[in-house]
Ligand binder design. Structure first.
Ligand code: PAF
Length: 304
């Protein structure tokens, strides 16, 4: 993996009319976090954890709210993990909105924010010390289009789970393959954490909420709605038999709407991610999309 730097400016956008309803603890070191949990006698089984890379939106807040509704002491982490970016430019331009994130987390009542530095997360350096066996999952879709990405995701989440003792970790279904990878990860590491996957939160026009949406200009933001429309098109036209024409027609719709390139528009087995080009009419399916609007790569999925 290359060495990357994120030079994005921290930008504060005060949400209108939003007042903090609670004071949140912010810990930037592992020692401070663990000391707080110990002092307050907060045990693993009473803790819900939402790992994020910041630039928070309603999708993240829904995870925090779900954890709170389970009456868990709720910890959010914000760490833009350098080791999971296969594209240095994507890392450099990843939005950083810490002041706004803190305000949003306080507005929903998050209990604690873990906000570590790269040095705190990787005191021995970012070089991987372990290879995670992800098998087939690493060979398809995000695995094949973003080499090394899931190794970086596993590296950071494994480290986070060692730092944050949590009975439950909450993830968004928007990152469908990541949810499968992390479900596999927790089965292979000696850490007792249950994964809860929450549905994708969408804008009124269907666009899946994503931190990367902040990088779209107004025209691209409009064009981005074509992803949801293309997935709905597939759902409405799906018939048993060959599905390749349907998928390529949906991909063409994205290009017609202004997408600059397509990584994939595919159907896959919803439980294994085995690509499906000839549907038997009963296998559970997920539509997976990854496409570029200029420099911004968007992903989405829809379970049928
Ligand atoms: O989905 C994300 O934001 C990241 O991949 C995660 C899980 C926080 C790991 O860095």
């Amino acid at each position: 993996m290359q060495k990357y730097t994120n030079t994005a400016e921290s930008q504060y956008i005060a949400p209108k009319g939003l007042e903090p309803i609670s004071i949140m603890i912010v810990c930037t070191t592992v020692a401070a976090l663990q000391q707080h949990l110990q002092q307050q006698q907060i045990t693993r089984s009473k803790t819900g954890f939402v790992p994020t890379m910041g630039a928070l939106h309603q999708g993240h807040l829904a995870l925090i709210e779900q954890s709170l509704s389970l009456e868990l002491f709720t910890i959010c982490s914000i760490f833009v993990n350098p080791t999971q970016f296969n594209n240095p430019d994507d890392f450099a331009k990843y939005p950083i909105t810490i002041a706004n994130d803190i305000r949003l987390l306080e507005s929903v009542g998050c209990h604690l924010l873990f906000l570590p530095s790269v040095q705190e997360m990787y005191p021995q350096g970012t070089q991987a010390t372990r290879h995670y066996e992800l098998g087939f999952l690493e060979t398809v879709f995000e695995g094949s289009h973003r080499p090394g990405h899931f190794q970086g995701v596993c590296q950071v989440v494994h480290r986070l789970l060692n730092i944050v003792p949590c009975g439950k970790m909450l993830l968004g279904q928007k990152d469908y393959q990541q949810c499968m990878v992390l479900t596999q990860l927790v089965k292979t590491i000696p850490i007792a954490t249950e994964i809860i996957i929450a549905p994708t939160v969408r804008e009124a026009d269907g666009l899946a909420m994503s931190s990367r949406n902040m990088r779209l200009n107004p025209e691209q933001r409009q064009q981005a709605t074509a992803i949801y429309k293309a997935m709905q098109f597939i759902k409405s036209k799906l018939q048993p038999g060959d599905t390749t024409t349907l998928a390529s027609n949906a991909a063409q719709q994205l290009l017609d709407a202004g997408f600059t390139s397509i990584d994939y528009v595919s159907l896959a087995h919803a439980h294994t991610l085995e690509p499906i080009t000839d549907w038997d009419g009963s296998t559970p399916l997920v539509v997976l999309v990854a496409a570029f609007l200029g420099e911004v790569r968007l992903i989405d999925n829809y379970v049928i």
